[in-house]
Write a new protein. Structure first.
Length: 157
């Protein structure tokens, strides 16, 4: 199970006990915000893309959409999201629980600058009913990120 993989991965930092599990789904930004009782923007959604034949994860604030032009500028290819089957196979987590922790070897993680406006954010923890609250420096360390990127356009309220 993917949450066990994340729990084992987070043991390196003694952070596994910070995973929160819910009796309800947290598979979408809206559901995760309700489960955590926080604003949706603070949900750190992990988006999975196909870039040069490999999986790339972009972790971004819950209130943004990816700007196709910015994505192409950053990754030199069109934004093509992984299918649910591809995400499970290439990343190692099923859709709804995709997160930047305990991913398959070779998966590159990028953090979007939209996250920097928050002191803490809530990425998933490998299942469709889990999350972990992390500071931005903790997210950087635990995700093993490759770089910060700016691929987001804010969604109008």
């Amino acid at each position: 199970m993917s949450i066990e993989r994340v729990r084992n991965y987070l043991q390196k930092w003694n952070m596994q006990d910070r995973i929160q599990e819910f009796d309800v789904s947290s598979a979408t930004v809206e559901l995760a915000a309700q489960a955590l009782n926080v604003e949706g923007a603070r949900i750190a959604k992990t988006l999975s893309y196909l870039v040069d034949g490999g999986a790339v994860l972009v972790v971004a604030a819950g209130d943004i959409r990816v700007d196709n032009r910015k994505f192409k500028d950053a990754f030199h290819t069109k934004a093509k999201m992984l299918t649910a089957d591809q995400a499970a196979e290439m990343v190692g987590h099923a859709v709804g629980g995709v997160c930047p922790f305990g991913v398959n070897e070779g998966v590159k993680v990028y953090l979007d600058v939209s996250l920097k406006r928050f002191e803490t954010v809530y990425p998933a923890a490998g299942s469709s009913n889990s999350a972990i609250e992390l500071t931005i420096p903790e997210l950087e360390e635990l995700s093993g990120y490759t770089a910060w990127v700016d691929v987001a356009k804010e969604v109008e309220a």
